[in-house]
Design a protein around this ligand. Sequence first.
Ligand SMILES: *[C@@H]1O[C@H](CO)[C@@H](O)[C@H](O)[C@H]1NC(C)=O
Ligand SMILES: *[C@@H]1O[C@H](CO)[C@@H](O)[C@H](O)[C@H]1NC(C)=O
Ligand SMILES: *[C@@H]1O[C@H](CO)[C@@H](O)[C@H](O)[C@H]1NC(C)=O
Length: 464
Amino acid sequence: MQWMQKVSMMFLWCSSFVIALCFGVTYAQSGPAADLVTSLPGLSETPNFQHYSGYLQAGQGKYFHYWFVESQNNPSTDPVLLWLNGGPGCSSMEGLLAENGPFHLNDDGTVYINPYSWNLLANVLYLESPAGVGFSYSTTGNYQTSDPQVAEDNYNALLDFFSKFPSFTSNDFYVFAESYGGVYAPTLSKLIASGSANINFKGMGVGNGMTSYAVNDNSLVYFGYYHGLIGESLWSEINEYCCSSGTCTYYGNTNTNCQNAVYDALYLIQDIGLNIYNLYAPCYGGAQAQSRYDADMSNLFRHSGFKFQAQVDVSVPGDPKCFNGTAMYVWLNNPNVRAALHIPSTVQSWELCSSTVGSQYQRTYSDMTPFYQYLLQKNLRLLVFNGDVDMACNFLGAEWFVEALNQSVVSQYAPWYYNNQIAGYVKQYENITFLTVKGAGHMVPQYKPAVALQLFKNYLSNTY
Ligand SMILES: *[C@@H]1O[C@H](CO)[C@@H](O)[C@H](O)[C@H]1NC(C)=O
Ligand SMILES: *[C@@H]1O[C@H](CO)[C@@H](O)[C@H](O)[C@H]1NC(C)=O
Ligand SMILES: *[C@@H]1O[C@H](CO)[C@@H](O)[C@H](O)[C@H]1NC(C)=O
């Protein structure tokens, strides 16, 4: 194994050297040489693309870890995509290592190239945001932040990215985010669209995103009933106490009987062993911590005062209930991996989700509608997509949210296809599209990698 790696590294070095000699120029790198990743522990093949890992300055004393993977197709002309995971407090390394990124992990700690990586189509920038998440840090050690502050920090990090990689400034640029990234993406997009920076901004995608607490919570109760999780007598109770003249309000309803009934429903949905990220996937048990789960739970019924108990104990930091992040945790905390990714030894250990960041986080926005209204007027391509068996940010809430933007309809709700099978449903409105991925959970590219790659391809070509 080891000699094979050495041989392939020597080959890489030699061929770079020969190219440099032949063309009489130094071997072209698009970004800072110090950030170029030249080897990855556990990876035995040589990737056919360059990738960089290092830090972007996100503001005074704030340094965000980034990992930029160039396109496997044509890096100089392919779009640049920013990918953000949510939480708040969760790391975008999950996106890279377990969703749409090129390097995925086997249980034994070896690395393989994901055949459905989105860098088949685009240059992808994975950013760990805000400070305190993953390998990102602040020199002040202050990890309290808020929605507008994160947007500003992400914007600054992006400016630093384009100054480090100036040759990508003219490429089309897109922002995609997942889960609580449903707040990060539109707030950052508004700054980009209204800012003076030279960024060729073309659009935004939000996957299973937080869009509106009220809509997300109200729709979850329907989702639960119509997926067989609640039962008739509780459903009648809910309707009796929470509805009047045909309108039901589960979120923020002040009727105590309604609150009790909704509490019972939520208990059945999220606290008795279902995997909230994917109704039809098993819930991985075991003695594992669950900060990711806590982070996502904290997005549901925030103003109700409901507080559910953590079900499992804490032994692997950042590893959530029902979700197995052990492989990422072990690999990213390997000192050789840290060195390969240029992480200074002074930086904290990697966690999937930081409770330091999550617990101090100030949520400023409860409904992203004004941000969408702004972006809709900016000649951008907006996409809201949802794996349709997720219960953290369910598809129905996202569908209602987009519908309520009152955009004129371009094409009615209809199936879209992958491999001659229905992959989900799509409705196109003027300047925004709503799309589902059938059978996918919260992390769409993780649960349905091939379909997700097709989704991204369709988005880029604007044909579904
Ligand atoms: C979690 O992942 C680790 C490493 O990938 C694996 O060894 C372990 O069996 C997994 N646990 C469960 C419950 O699936
Ligand atoms: C959609 O974008 C176009 C181009 O910027 C703009 O002219 C139009 O007003 C937008 N439509 C709506 C409904 O906002
Ligand atoms: C959409 O239309 C409804 C009904 O007219 C209105 O109540 C709502 O405020 C509109 N939404 C937006 C975002 O303009």
